[in-house]
Each structure stands twice: as C-alpha cells, then as structure tokens.
Ligand binder design. Structure first.
Ligand SMILES: [Zn+2]
Length: 149
C-alpha cells in the first residue's frame, strides 16, 4: 500500500490527492474517494506505476475511518492488482507482501538525519547531479538510471 507512486504522465512521484488534483478532481470532502469518475480510475491503472518495481494496475484507495472515533485511521494510498486480480509486484519489491507493509515499517524517513540511509542517499544524489548524470528537477532521470547509451 504505497502512499506515493510514479506517474508516467507527470514524470514524478505523487500521492493520490496530488494525482487527482492534477486531473482536476479535488479530493477534499471525499476521503473515501467515492466520487472519483471511473475514467480517472481507469487512467490510474495505466498511468501509475509502483515506485519500487514498476508494476501497473494501480487502484486508488480512500482513507479508512475508525468505527468508534470516525477519525481517519489510514491514509489514501495506491494498491496494485493485475487484470486477473493477481499481485503484479515483483517478489523482491518492498510492496509484494501487503500484510508485511501494512504496519508502515517498510518506510524509510529520508527527511530525518537519524536514518543511516539519508546521508548515503544524499551523497549519491549530489554526486550524480555534479557528474551531470541527472538533474535535480527531473525525478524521472533518477528512475531511468543508469542512462542508456
Ligand atoms: Zn512493486
């Protein structure tokens, strides 16, 4: 259940609300996404890819509410399904086992310097930009790395 995924059309990582807004649908007041037109849902299944493995078949999932409190207990997110209902993720993908990832333990907080990965990723990205391998603004360049000659 990734919170964000890659949009081929927009060339960047987006969450459900951002992707809907870019297509002219304001999700405020529709936490369950009940009013999203079927045409947009169909477009999501072909435009949105899993950021880890590139799987297609995205389904827009609205936020869930707790029975007792009526507060949002899950955030809007993407789920991926093949045309036959199968799991389209690569077995090595972080999102392959949905039961394992539902707790959010798979998330790495790159905004925090407390993660050991943050300085390493920052160093790699800075070297890639400095070396002209990709630009800071074009996330798609990073997805396409290594460059094809
Ligand atoms: Zn995946």
């Amino acid at each position: 259940m990734p919170i964000t995924a890659f949009s081929k059309q927009w060339g960047r990582e987006l969450d459900v609300e951002q992707w809907l807004r870019l297509h002219g649908y304001a999700a405020q007041g529709d936490a369950e996404l009940a009013g999203v037109p079927n045409a947009l849902r169909a477009l999501a299944s072909t435009d949105i890819e899993c950021s880890c493995c590139g799987a297609a078949g995205a389904i827009l999932v609205g936020s869930g509410r707790g029975r007792a409190t009526d507060r949002a207990v899950t955030q809007t997110h993407f789920r991926f399904r093949g045309p036959d209902g199968s799991n389209p993720h690569d077995p090595l993908c972080d999102y392959f086992d949905e039961k394992r990832v539902s707790g959010g333990d798979y998330l790495t907080n790159f905004a925090s310097d407390r993660s050991a990965l943050t300085p390493a990723i920052r160093e790699l990205v800075c070297r890639g930009i400095q070396g002209g391998l990709f630009s800071l603004v074009i996330v798609a360049d990073i997805r396409d790395f290594p460059p094809k000659f």
